[in-house]
Write a protein that binds this ligand. Structure first.
Ligand code: GUN
Length: 283
């Protein structure tokens, strides 16, 4: 039987609806709305779309978005000055710095200038450290979104082998930490893994976050596996596609996320959730 689709769009819409209600009740009490500062540097087309989606989502749920669009020639010091002023701004609960940054800016250094209490992306070393210690505060949005999708389908973790493909600081590594906290046995594959097929074939839960269309072959998928595709690439003809050979994988998996409409909408919904956590409106 072909896999059931995990409808991230619908699950994200439900979460956003819940958030809308919480924000409405909060403001009805006469309190100020939560605020998210969004910083975009340059004109990268993918980043521009991601930021537009994030700002529109803020409007939908009643979160104020403060937009700072900076030229890609911006000096690192100027960016740090802006972050410092947002750290002090009482109307700003969360700060999102869209990545990647131009090459002349040291991303790790700049991310560590964000007040960890306003770090709604969960990328600050403090928040990643808390996650590694299984005492998470603000958790990276995409990995948390994946866990919400897995919980939604009633995924069990204990005794399951989760294989994460990709070891980036913002997706693969925190994803592995989340699955570890959930109770799975976790393997991380990366650019130096010599036999990717060997590991993927063992995955009860497969999470791919590479950004190379079709790198995960359909015939590698274990029968009955749950397949989560975080990779998203725009092909020359304009269509969006994931890392997994979807049609073939669907014949073997029990559950699979589509691309688009799988993980992407969850990232945005969790960003809003994190903004409410940073604003101390929810835990
Ligand atoms: N670039 C790609 N994904 C993300 C994300 O989740 N947050 C930020 N800030 N930048 C990104």
């Amino acid at each position: 039987m072909p896999a059931q689709l995990i409808d991230g769009k619908k699950i994200a819409a439900e979460l956003k609806e819940e958030i809308t209600g919480i924000v409405r009740r909060h403001c009805a009490d006469g309190k100020r709305p939560p605020g998210l500062a969004v910083i975009l540097i340059g004109e990268d087309p993918a980043s521009t779309i991601y930021v537009k989606n994030k700002r529109e989502a803020c409007v939908q749920v009643g979160v104020l978005s403060f937009y700072h669009h900076l030229p890609d020639t911006i000096e690192e010091k100027k960016l740090i000055d802006l972050i410092n002023s947002l750290n002090k701004d009482n109307n700003v609960d969360g700060i999102l710095l869209q990545l990647p940054l131009p090459k002349h800016i040291d991303a790790e250094k700049v991310l560590e200038c964000i007040d960890p209490g306003k770090d709604v992306d969960g990328f600050h070393a403090y928040n990643l450290g808390r996650l590694a210690q299984r005492r998470p505060l603000l958790r990276p949005c995409t990995p948390q979104g994946v866990i919400l999708l897995l919980n939604h389908i009633g995924q069990s973790y204990k005794g399951k082998h989760a294989v994460v493909v990709g070891a980036s600081n913002i997706v693969g590594r925190p994803m592995a930490l989340e699955l570890l906290i959930a109770g799975a046995t976790v393997t991380i594959c990366h650019r130096f893994t010599t036999d990717l097929a060997y590991f993927v074939k063992q995955a009860d839960i497969l999470v791919s976050a590479i950004g190379k269309p079709g790198i995960i072959r359909g015939e590698w998928i274990k029968e009955g596996a749950t397949v989560i595709d975080i990779g998203i690439t725009r092909l020359a003809d304009g269509t969006l596609t994931g890392d997994v050979e979807f049609a073939a994988a669907k014949e073997r998996a029990a559950w699979i996320t589509p691309v688009p409409g799988g993980v992407g909408p969850m990232t945005v919904a969790v960003l809003l959730k994190n903004t409410l956590i940073a604003a101390k409106i929810i835990d």
